[in-house]
Design a protein around this ligand. Structure first.
Ligand SMILES: [Zn+2]
Length: 437
């Protein structure tokens, strides 16, 4: 099957930042076989008129807990909500079915907003995998390992066993890849962190965790005279497999360690700014050569799973932090949301840009929206003016998953009603925390 999208403004995000103002991309099965200016040669089974649109690579969401949809808008203004009600409510009311339906809902939201790859960590992760496989999205999924009771394990040992089983079950899958996901630097014992790292080595995969994010986390390490990154490094965990989420509070020494070991960082401004936690030093990370991509975090942290929202917040926060308008020009922001994410996952050769031979992960954004006129700079239009409502078409791994702004393979009406039914016991359990939420 050969599909061609033509007459769009094509942002390739290739090594020399090629832009084809009236360009085309030709896709055969799951790969891009040609792209350039003009109409392209030969015939295609399907021709899509991209006139008036911006064609960009599919976006990569490097940090999410898609199944946390039922928590959205719950205690948004409540301090320390993680320990006060998130953990307890998760343990009492999160079920396999709820994880499956919520994940599918979260994935629908991501596809609809132009995300074609996501990294996720949660419980009952096999249900997230089921949802990801059905939906067509590319996914890196890790069963969360935590040194306390969780919805699907009594302790870290059980979590590690579940994680190992997941890695085994999904080994060799084309789109769904198992990763290792210990929860964080203070919520997992040093022994379990090392065992998690060992598992990541064994299966040759990514290890992701929350790091240098929470105030209580920073206090705990400060009292010991060290930092979360130093602590992880002493355990031997900081290496090229590490995808550290948040990294808000980094010392110059932490940044040097991350750079020297080849680790990557996920920047989640939507979640960090809303929680008042601070603004990560992305300028220093970039200067040190640490690959930085973007994450939405879970649906109750950043509230939307749209990377358009994250793209807008990222440069706004950085420019404010450093009091410098020149920082992070729009094309670098689009890079972070696409190829930068692929690079952080060591998958730059496979997807992340619109180039011959790469996977056909792409997004056609309509520019008919009121806030997208006029358009002197298409990158700026995407970062500062566009939103998920402007996404017209999304192709993930060669399959059209959104067309004319609508999901092609998921019935939202049906999914929402199934989710509402499955959420009933959860919502009843949440009543206990009514005074906080
Ligand atoms: Zn998170």
């Amino acid at each position: 099957m050969r599909t061609r999208i033509s007459h769009a403004c094509v942002l390739t995000l290739d090594d020399v930042w090629h832009v084809y103002p009236d360009g085309y991309v030709t896709v055969e099965d799951d790969r891009i076989i040609d792209c350039g200016e003009g109409r392209g040669d030969g015939s295609a089974d399907r021709e899509i008129d991209g006139r008036g649109g911006i064609l960009m690579p599919g976006m990569v969401n490097l940090h999410c807990h898609a199944a946390m949809v039922p928590f959205r808008t719950m205690g948004d203004d409540c301090p320390d909500r993680l320990r006060r009600f998130l953990f307890p409510l998760e343990n009492s009311a999160m079920t396999e079915e709820l994880v499956y339906l919520s994940s599918l809902y979260g994935i629908a939201e991501m596809l609809r907003s132009g995300t074609t790859t996501f990294v996720d960590m949660y419980y009952f992760e096999e249900q997230v995998a089921r949802a990801a496989e059905e939906s067509g999205i590319r996914a890196y999924l890790g069963e969360t390992v935590i040194s306390q009771k969780s919805p699907d394990a009594e302790n870290a040992g059980e979590g590690l066993a579940r994680c190992a089983r997941f890695l085994q079950d999904w080994a060799g899958h084309d789109r769904v890849r198992g990763i290792v996901a210990p929860h964080g630097t203070t919520t997992v014992s040093p022994q379990a962190l090392q065992a998690a790292h060992q598992l990541a080595r064994e299966y040759d995969t990514i290890l992701t965790l929350h790091a240098s994010e929470m105030d209580y986390e920073m206090d705990a390490f400060r009292k010991k005279g060290t930092t979360p990154i130093r602590f992880l490094d002493e355990l031997g965990i900081v290496d090229e497999r590490l995808l550290a989420a948040h990294c808000i509070h980094l010392t110059p020494d932490d940044i040097a360690v991350l750079a020297a070991r080849g680790a990557s960082v996920v920047h989640c401004p939507g979640s960090n700014l809303k929680a008042g936690k601070g603004i990560a030093p992305v300028r220093e990370l970039a200067e040190a050569g640490v690959p930085v991509g973007l994450g939405t975090d879970g649906p109750s942290s950043g509230n939307t799973l749209s990377l358009f929202d994250t793209m807008r917040l990222f440069p706004i926060a950085q420019k404010t932090r450093y009091h410098d308008r020149r920082l992070f020009p729009a094309r670098e922001v689009v890079y972070a949301a696409t190829r930068g994410g692929a690079r952080a996952l060591h998958a730059d050769a496979l997807y992340g840009s619109l180039e011959t031979g790469k996977k056909a992960d792409l997004v056609l954004v309509s520019t008919e929206g009121l806030s997208l006129f006029p358009m002197y700079n298409p990158y700026s239009a995407l970062v500062y003016g566009a939103g998920s409502a402007d996404v017209y078409l999304v192709m993930a791994d060669g399959r059209i998953v959104v067309e004319n702004g609508r999901l092609t393979g998921i019935s939202l009406t049906e999914l929402k009603s199934d989710l509402q039914r499955a959420m009933r016991p959860f919502s009843e359990a949440a009543e206990k925390y009514r005074n906080m939420i």
